[in-house]
Design a protein around this ligand. Sequence first.
Ligand SMILES: Cc1ncc(COP(=O)(O)O)c(C=O)c1O
Length: 401
Amino acid sequence: MLTDRQLFFLNLGQTSTEPLSLEITRAEGVFMYGPSGEKYLDLISGVSVSNTGHRHPRVVDAVKKQIDAYMHLMVYGEMIQSPQVKYAAHIVSLLPESLGSCYFVNSGSEAVEGALKLAKRYTRKGRIIYFSFAYHGSTHGSLSVQGSEKYRSAFRPLLPDTVQIDFNDFKALDAITTSTACVIVEPVQSEAGVIFPVKGFLEEIRQRCTDNGALLIFDEVQTGFGRTGSMFAIDKFSVVPDILVLAKALGGGMPLGAFISSGEIMSSLVANPQLGHITTFGGHPVCCAAGMASLNVILEEKLAEKCKAKSALFRKELDHQLIKEIRGEGLLLAVQLTNRDCIRYVIKNAPHYGIILDYFLFCDDAFRIAPPLIISEDEIKLACCQLKLLLDDAMKKSGKR
Ligand SMILES: Cc1ncc(COP(=O)(O)O)c(C=O)c1O
C-alpha cells in the first residue's frame, strides 16, 4: 500500500515543484503534529486563516452543533438559515453603517470576483484599477487584477480594461477617471511583503473614487479579523470603502468568503438580470457557525488589541545580524534578511527547528510571521529562540558571518 506521502505526489494536483510537504496528523492551538509525534509551532496560520488557532474548542463545538442541525440545504440566497443571517448581522455590526449587506461566497478569490462584478454592474462602467504587487486570488478575474506579470502572463487573455498603477504613488491616481468602475486595493499589501500605505494615500484614493463615480473595493482577506492589531485594517485608516472583501479568518478554519457593501449597491445584483451572481455553497451554514464562534473568541478575548504587545515581543526577541528589518503591524510581519539567498534555506529548514514559516509571493528577501493571534508570550519566546538558531545555521551555510 502506498503511503500518504507517495499518494500526495502521485494523485494530488501540485501547485509547485517544491511543496512544504510536511505530513500533519493533528493540530491544536498554535501547534501541528506529525505522524511520529513531531511538533511544529505554526507561525503562518495557514496564511492568515487560523486566527483563533487550530481547533479552538468553541469553534469545534459550534461546528458539531450545526452539523447536528443541518448542513447544505439549498443554493445561497433562497432559504433563511440562522447561522448565515446571524453571522452577516454580527459582521456588519462591526463595520461602518454604509457596509450593511453581506454576500457570502466560498473563498477570497470568489469574493473578489463578486466584488468586481458588483462594481461593474452598479456603475455600468468597465475599467478596473489595481496595484503593482497586489494579490487578490487565482481565478481569471482576480488574476486580472494581480500586480505581477510573472504569474499572470501565461494565462492571457485575461479581463480587458484593467489598469495597473503603483502602490503609494499619488501621481498614479490620475488613472482614476470617469471611465473607472472601481479601484481594488489591499489597505495593507500582504503578499508584496507587508507594505503599509503612506499617510493620506488611501484617503486620496477614496476622494478620487468619489469624484469620478468609481467604487472603492478594499480587499481585507488577509488583514481582517484582528491580524494587524485592529479588527479590520480600515479601522486604522478611517477610510470607508464601497465594497469590503473578506475571507480566510472569516470562516474560523472553514472555507468562507464575503463581499460587503450598502444595501443599495448590493441590490443591483438582483435584477436585470436576476441572479446576477449566484453560488451553490456560498455561506455554508457549518462555515458560518464556525466563523461566528471564532469571531466571538476574537472579540471576547480581545485578540486584536493584544496583538500589539505580541508584535513588540517578536521584534524585541528577534535580534539577529541576518535580520535587516521587521515590517508590519500586529501579527502580520515580514522579516527581511540582509542576504536574500538565505530565505529559501530558512523556510525549507524551519520544520527541523520545530517552526513553520512561509514565503511571500512577491517579496523574495523576506519571510512571513503571522501566527494564530492566540499565541502566548512563552510560545513567542520559544519561536524566536528556534528562529535565531535557524538563522545562525543559515548564516553558516551561506558562509557569511
Ligand atoms: C489579499 C488576498 N486577497 C484574496 C486572496 C484569495 O483568497 P483565496 O485563496 O481564498 O481565494 C488572498 C489569498 O491569499 C489574499 O491574500
